[in-house]
Design a protein around this ligand. Structure first.
Ligand code: PMV
Length: 358
């Protein structure tokens, strides 16, 4: 499979106007993607849990109107959000060759997130995945393939061009993105379902997201990825990530939670180590991020819990634990961790199974 696979042949149908809606989840990486090349292609393979409660609902309202330019408006929670439009414009330019109907319509893109807009939770993965699904679904109608299932591979491919990690937000529950020698079907172009056996321990895994800092990030993911080009440790990092994914394969099969924790926390801290050692260097963690990490380690040592943490490109902490420990961990979070969150806020989530059509 290469990029040309996603260029469509002529459309056979015409559609004057209509509307399509999809709801797509966010995801949290266990092995992280940080560093890219070409058109949003990852320098190493990554794997994520798809989430269930953090999601974006997008409606695509379309009306035929052939023009030389893209014609669209974006609405967030019912209000025009012009600040989102340059990003969508760039996305449309990038995917036009794969979705050549884009200039044949005027679009109204209505979107809303299940999590608070200012929570610091990245909405780009769920947002780009929901929009990609709407567009690929419309293409299906134009191709006269109305009865068939939507092409999830193409949706993942298109979502990736909007925001890399969004390609892991189409399906669930464990998704791999990036060529990996031990994972058949893995590809730099799309996210694919993890193909091997997964132990009961990892079903219904819980993720409580502690909202430490809700502000705009000082350094965007785009800039962070770019800094990996000149990074002195980049090659070792890409190798480490691929090796960590190899190590996860037997762990996911056997259910060895203590080994799982080592890989997941090592990945989170290695991601942030790349930020600390970039030039220019930067720190996205906050003092409270470290407080939470230390409290998690102390609690784990004291109670033998299988709680662990991971981080994305920000200060918020994802607290991961098996469903069996929900009660004890919830008490611990309330008693010890919630005090380090902005306004005492957190989001309770768990592993989910992918996007749904509304
Ligand atoms: O998808 P992007 O370009 O926003 O990059 C996301 C990178 C991390 O969230 C930090 C890691 C990952 O694999 O999701």
């Amino acid at each position: 499979m290469n990029e040309a696979h996603f260029i469509p042949s002529q459309y056979t149908q015409t559609l004057e106007k209509g509307q399509l809606s999809w709801e797509a989840p966010s995801n949290i990486a266990l092995v992280k993607y940080w560093g890219k090349y070409g058109e949003q292609l990852p320098k190493n393979a990554s794997i994520s849990f798809t989430l269930q409660n953090c999601n974006t609902k997008t409606s695509l309202i379309f009306e035929e109107k052939k023009s030389e330019e893209f014609d669209f408006e974006v609405y967030l929670d019912g209000k025009r959000e012009a600040s989102f439009e340059p990003k969508i414009q760039k996305f449309f330019e990038r995917v036009f060759v794969y979705l050549p109907f884009l200039k044949d319509y005027k679009f109204k893109i209505e979107t809303s997130n299940s999590f608070p807009h200012s929570s610091g939770i990245a909405s780009s993965a769920s947002g780009m995945s929901a929009l990609a699904l709407c567009l690929v679904d419309l293409e299906r109608a134009l191709s006269g393939a109305e009865g068939s299932a939507v092409d999830l591979k193409k949706a993942s491919f298109i979502a990736r061009l909007g925001s890399g990690s969004a390609c892991r937000s189409i399906e669930g529950d464990l998704i791999v993105w990036g060529d990996h020698i031990q994972i058949p079907g893995s590809s730099n172009l799309i996210g694919v379902k993890y193909p091997f056996e997964v132990h009961e321990n990892f079903k219904n895994y819980q993720d409580t997201i502690l909202l430490v800092d809700k502000g705009e990030k000082q350094v965007s993911s785009t800039v962070g990825h770019d800094l990996m080009h000149e990074h002195p440790f980049a090659l070792e990092r890409f190798k480490q990530a691929n090796e960590n994914l190899s190590k996860l394969i037997p762990i996911l099969k056997s259910g060895a939670l203590s080994e799982f924790i080592k890989i997941v926390e090592n990945e989170a801290l290695s991601l942030h180590a790349m930020m600390l050692t970039s030039m220019p260097y930067f720190i996205l963690m906050k003092p409270n991020t470290l407080e939470i990490i230390n409290r998690i380690w102390t609690f784990r040592a004291r109670t033998n819990s299988n709680i662990c943490f991971t981080l994305d490109a920000g200060a918020n902490v994802h607290v991961l634990y098996p469903l069996l420990e929900k009660e004890t961990v919830s008490i611990f979070i309330k008693q010890e961790l919630i005090q380090f969150c902005k306004n005492g806020e957190c989001i309770e989530d768990q592993v989910g199974f992918g996007a749904v059509k509304n």
